[in-house]
Design a binder for this molecule. Structure first.
Ligand code: BG6
Ligand code: MG
Length: 216
């Protein structure tokens, strides 16, 4: 078998938080009188909080200081933290629990590789805080996707070489990060529609057979 570890992105792969991110950014944008819609929200997928804010500010004519930007990012995150308290195990995306169980029974290591600093809380709310061999998230990295740092750190913690890792991603930035890190990548959800460079593509995790994942 080629693959010895599977590294999962969190938002959009394990659980869908898109709408909560949208609602929290929308509230901030409305307060600041900045135009923001769902199309712009798609550009924030996989991108760090501060980089997301900079994308939103492209629609603003005002010049914000670094302190003002920090305050806005914190304000958005406070709205978001309240919204994600609604997450429960019912929000785990289709096929995730089944795939995790098959990987475990095949002795394949698993990790979370997420840009989100809210990762620990999200995993707790959905009851998967002990489901992975290791987790690396936005709190552990300096460079966010498409930089491969988050995935390389996860591979190192698992003691598996990058070429033996498969990343599961829903963001273009994440697919690029995995490839730049020398890993294979399964594009799901949003990325499955636009990432021709991914090793494998699937609309969701119900449609993937474990033998196809491990022998690539
Ligand atoms: C990623 C999301 O997982 O985490 C992005 O796809 C988000 O949309 C990023 O901006 C950072 O999240 P957080 O929770 O640290 O603000
Ligand atoms: Mg994602």
């Amino acid at each position: 078998m080629t693959i010895k570890a599977v590294i999962f992105d969190l938002d959009g792969v394990i659980v869908t938080t898109d709408n909560y991110h949208y609602e929290a950014w929308k509230q901030l944008a409305d307060e600041e009188n900045i135009y923001f819609d769902r199309e712009i929200n798609e550009r924030l997928r996989g991108v760090s909080r501060m980089e997301s804010l900079n994308i939103i500010l492209e629609k603003s004519t005002k010049n914000y200081s670094e302190d003002e930007k920090l305050e806005m990012a914190t304000r958005k995150n406070n709205y978001y933290k309240e919204l994600i308290k609604n997450l429960t195990p019912c929000d785990i995306l289709p096929g995730v629990n089944e795939l995790l169980a098959s990987l475990k029974s095949s002795n394949i290591k698993t990790a979370i590789g997420s840009s989100s600093k809210n990762s620990p809380n999200i995993l707790k709310y959905i009851g998967l805080d002990n489901a992975f061999d290791t987790t690396v998230d936005g709190n552990d990295i300096k460079n966010s996707k498409p930089d491969p740092e988050v995935f390389l750190k996860a591979a190192e913690k698992l003691n598996v070489s990058p070429s033996q890792c498969l990343v599961v991603e829903d963001a273009e930035a994440g697919v690029e990060a995995a490839l730049r890190g020398g890993m294979k990548v399964l594009a799901v959800g949003f990325a499955s529609k636009c990432c021709d460079n991914a090793t494998l593509c699937s609309e969701d995790l119900t449609k993937v057979a474990i033998k196809d994942l491990l022998n690539i």
